[in-house]
Design a protein. Structure first.
Length: 249
């Protein structure tokens, strides 16, 4: 993945992010619901905090805790409150064994899973809790199918299977790993609106082999026509396979 391009997309999207982040807020609530409360919660890290929705949720649940928010997109951090660091969550400039809770919602799918989880395990204090949400292989399957075969380029981010997250936790020495998945379907008036939403979220980078320019008109029409076959009363569906993972150090 081109990390710099990903960071720039999120930087550019910081101002529009909250207006389109309904799914992201919903996932924070789901992650909060499966999170086993650490016995002691003095230090919390929100890794890949975005505009800070998760941070606010955690602050409400643990008002006395010290909460640190980390994101590599500087413009995202501007909207957060309290202690924040502009940093890559694969290499955190934070001391080992510090946090009672490591929280990361919908950020790890943009990272090297093994590296990000190893780093989470490093900064967690013994007995600390990890709570991570990510997106699995079924995510945006409709978009993937609509673009399939139109050209040799990638148009949708490649998501990892949920087991990759569990394996990374085990490899990092974490224990009591639990995985749950939830399929969430959202609807958009048309394909352009879906793509606009992804762009406004900053989620429009697709990793390696990205198409350099715009699609030709005929190709665009073919993609649109394929997606239109899925239309229902609520609009065009977009499926998100949400992975909720918790573990202990
Ligand atoms: C979809 S947003 C989720 C934000 C927030 N957790 C939420 O639930 O609204 C993904 C965030 O992860 C951040 N991110 C992605 N890769 C990162 C990395 N390697 N290091 C730090 N932040 C990263 C992006 O800048 C963006 O703010």
């Amino acid at each position: 993945m081109n990390k710099q391009a990903i960071r720039q997309s999120f930087d550019r999207a910081a101002a529009s992010y909250d207006s389109v982040a309904g799914l992201q807020r919903q996932v924070c609530v789901l992650l909060d619901a499966v999170l086993p409360a650490p016995t002691l919660t003095r230090m919390i890290l929100d890794a890949g905090c975005g505009t800070g929705y998760g941070q606010r949720l955690l602050a409400a649940r643990w008002p006395a805790a010290r909460l640190v928010a980390a994101d590599f997109a500087h413009a995202m951090l501007k909207n957060t409150a309290g202690e924040r660091i502009c940093a890559d969550i694969e290499t955190l400039p934070l001391p080992a064994a510090t946090f009672d809770l490591y929280w990361s919602s919908l950020s790890i799918q943009w990272c090297d899973t093994q590296r990000a989880i190893a780093e989470a395990a490093r900064v967690l204090a013994p007995g600390g809790v990890l709570a991570v949400s990510s997106l699995g292989t079924g995510t945006l399957s409709e978009l993937h199918a609509a673009f399939a075969g139109v050209d040799p380029h990638r148009h949708v981010l490649e998501f990892s299977p949920d087991q990759a997250l569990a394996n990374a936790c085990a490899a990092a020495g974490l224990q009591n790993v639990t995985l749950a998945t939830r399929s969430i379907r959202r609807y958009h008036p048309d394909l352009k609106a879906l793509l606009r939403t992804l762009k406004s979220l900053g989620a429009n980078q697709v990793g390696a082999n990205r198409r350099p320019g715009l699609l030709g008109r005929r190709v665009w029409q073919a993609v649109e026509a394929r997606y239109e076959t899925l239309r229902v009363d609520a609009g065009l569906p977009a499926t998100y396979e949400v992975i909720l993972c918790t573990a202990n150090k």
